[in-house]
Ligand binder design. Structure first.
Ligand code: WTA
Length: 647
């Protein structure tokens, strides 16, 4: 029998959603009157400058519009509106890599955001609708810069600090950004690391759109300054006033772009809206983490990913919570770092990725016992499925068997959680995302909309639009329609397909079974195999390449590359090639795309029409017996040849 973990009664008593009856009542309300459901929440939660006129406009599907005609401002929602009641409450608690601490109250946050907004307007001539790229470490100025953009209506596009100059350049060019905000660098594992030199390199070519670079000083290391282009944030900010009226933004005005990997081609600039996005960010914070007024909440993601956007900055601040921001890594100075921080800040909700849990379990099994973790009430996971051993350790060693584990399933494109337990209501099955959140019409179906039979794998679709959904792909509306609304239909109408497979049990629990496309999930980060292949192909010695995911003990999935070389190479040359190829991957994408395995093979398994059969390559990488039909291959004997090569 599968073990089910009931919500902790003491917690459920005061939770926002207290039991499954309350959950079902909310679901029924959404089913009966979808627009009424969302309209009521929009009225209750958002501080509108002028009211919206229509909840949902479906006339130009799938380019849905929410809260049509309303005006508001996300920075006002996240900062200004709290000043009446939470002025002296901590908004952000920052801990640096070396343990330095900073507490920023809502009053101080307002001061910083207003000043920075003025700086963007006055010194950098940033206007409403302009794109600003942020290439930032995990420091409070990153959150301030996001909110300053939101305040004046500029669209930020954050590029994760681990991406290379090439990857940064591509994103700058695609977004046609006119300003880059960065830092000299920051600290990691007790040592300074640099960001500004990466920006310099990115801007060497093809980035004429960028007029200025604004540099926050964090580690004080030497950097080069380009006259007329590079400006010090710390110097300029001194002259700005702390009053900047928030720009009235239409509900549908874009709040940000965030590039993410797809199954083909270059990364996609996922575009999010203002009102719909912030509404769901706030509602899911309240429901899924059940953060109370005096709580301290910590999400360990990086602001370069969607989790950092929605659940470090926008969601917590929209609800007026205290959010912790951490510059360092969980394993420095030792694998007890997170738990010492939980004790230090009396963290109530802790949100991280299964990869981190597996790593901390492996490196520091006995660390949690050294700290007082009794403040914890809700534990969260995100980004990838969590395996039972990691779940058990998280539940017992971290949560003292009293905390609900919310396994939150969602994506960059969904803006916020889609499927997740509610900590006070949902009986939890380890490794299972459980049920759709109230208002989210998640269904497992086939291409035609037929519900997939219980216990079988189907497509994880969201069959009705929701407020925080992706609005389009920047500069590429056709790709938006094709990528998300091209595969599945319900009642003849295209519906949103996540790209994931899923399965439902007879009691309605949803388990996510993983991507159905060529996207792999490395340490909870999405990586397109096509992107990695494109990088490897840049090596002059490579004739062709196929990249697949292979299960990895800590990272969830590792990157496995099959490479066909142009010439015959000796063993020694191949060893050198492995290093060269990984160097190219590092330059083109960044360390997160480093291949765990690079194997040289005589050819790839192709069908007669030239399609690479990746399923076979996945099986070979795993060391599984080949059960697939190989008769359609141009050369069926290739399977055995490849198997011999990779041993
Ligand atoms: C995967 C991260 C299983 C999934 C928020 C999805 C998950 C992709 C879970 C999105 C989960 C995310 N269980 N798989 N709880 N959460 N995924 O855009 O494959 O970086 O499509 O957003 O991660 O990754 P993204």
């Amino acid at each position: 029998m599968e073990q089910i973990f009931e919500p902790y009664a003491e917690f459920a008593k005061d939770a926002r959603i207290k039991n499954m009856d309350e959950y079902h009542a909310l679901m029924n309300k959404a089913n009966d009157d979808y627009e009424g459901f969302w309209g009521d929440y929009a009225n209750e939660k958002i501080d509108w400058f002028s009211p919206y006129k229509q909840v949902l406009d479906e006339s130009n599907a799938p380019f849905y519009k929410w809260f049509v005609g309303g005006t508001m401002n996300v920075a006002h929602q996240c900062v200004d509106r709290h000043l009446a009641t939470r002025k002296n409450k901590a908004a952000i608690i920052f801990e640096g890599d070396n343990g330095d601490q900073q507490v920023i109250t809502y009053r101080e946050l307002s001061y910083e955001v207003n000043k920075t907004a003025n700086l963007l307007k006055n010194q950098f001539n940033v206007k409403k609708g302009d794109r600003v790229v942020l290439y930032m470490p995990m420091i409070p100025e990153a959150a301030v810069a996001m909110l300053a953009c939101a305040r004046i209506g500029a669209i930020h596009s954050i590029v994760f600090g681990g991406f290379s100059a090439e990857a940064l350049r591509d994103r700058i060019i695609d977004a046609e950004a006119n300003l880059v905000i960065t830092a000299d660098g920051a600290y990691r594992k007790g040592k300074p690391y640099m960001l500004k030199p990466v920006v310099d390199k990115a801007l060497e070519e093809g980035c004429e759109c960028v007029k200025k670079v604004c540099i926050v000083e964090r580690n004080g290391e030497d950097i080069s300054w380009v006259a007329g282009r590079d400006y010090s944030y710390n110097e300029l900010i001194k002259n700005e006033s702390s009053k900047c009226e928030p720009e009235p933004m239409d509900s549908e005005d874009p709040l940000f772009l965030l590039y993410t990997s797809g199954s083909t081609g270059k990364p996609k600039g996922v575009q999010h809206s203002s009102a719909g996005y912030i509404l769901w960010a706030q509602m899911t914070m309240e429901w899924v983490f059940d953060v109370r007024e005096n709580d301290t909440y910590w999400c360990t993601a990086d602001i370069g990913w969607i989790t950092g956007h929605t659940y470090i900055v926008y969601g917590p601040l929209a609800m007026g919570a205290t959010t912790v921001m951490f510059e360092g890594v969980p394993t420095f100075p030792d694998a007890g770092r997170c738990w010492s921080m939980v004790e230090e800040y009396q963290i109530n909700q802790f949100y991280t990725a299964p990869t981190a849990i597996r790593l901390l379990h492996k490196m520091g099994e006995n660390e949690p016992a050294k700290y007082d973790l009794s403040s914890l009430r809700v534990l969260g996971t995100v980004g990838e499925p969590i395996d039972p051993p990691a779940w058990k350790w998280y539940y017992e060693a971290i949560g003292n068997s009293k905390c609900a584990i919310v396994d939150t399933y969602w994506q960059t494109e969904t803006g916020g959680h889609m499927i997740s337990p509610l900590p006070g209501a949902t009986p939890i099955k380890p490794g299972c995302a459980t049920f759709p959140l109230p208002g989210i019409m998640a269904e497992i179906i086939d291409e035609d909309g037929t519900p997939t039979p219980i216990g079988e794998k189907g497509f994880m679709c969201i069959t009705k639009p929701w407020p925080s959904m992706i609005r389009t792909i920047w500069n590429d509306p056709d790709r938006f329609v094709k990528s998300y609304f091209g595969d599945c239909k319900k009642d003849g109408e295209p519906v949103y397909f996540t790209g994931d497979g899923a399965m439902m049990s007879d009691d309605g629990y949803i388990t996510i079974t993983g991507r159905t496309d060529d996207v792999i999930n490395v340490s909870g980060h999405r990586m397109g195999t096509a992107e990695v292949e494109a990088a490897i192909k840049k090596h002059p010695g490579v004739a062709s390449v196929a990249v697949v995911g292979k299960p990895h003990e800590i990272k969830g999935e590792g990157i496995f590359a099959y490479v066909v070389l142009k010439g015959e190479d000796t063993m020694a040359e191949e060893m050198e090639m492995v290093q060269e190829i990984n160097k190219i991957v590092l330059t083109e994408i960044g360390a997160i795309a480093k291949c765990d395995d690079i194997k040289f093979v005589p050819d790839l398994p192709k069908t007669r029409s030239g399609k690479i059969m990746r399923r076979i390559l996945r099986s070979i990488a795993k060391g599984e017996p080949i059960t697939q039909d190989t008769s359609t291959l141009e050369d069926p004997s290739i399977v055995q040849k490849i198997q011999t090569c990779i041993i």
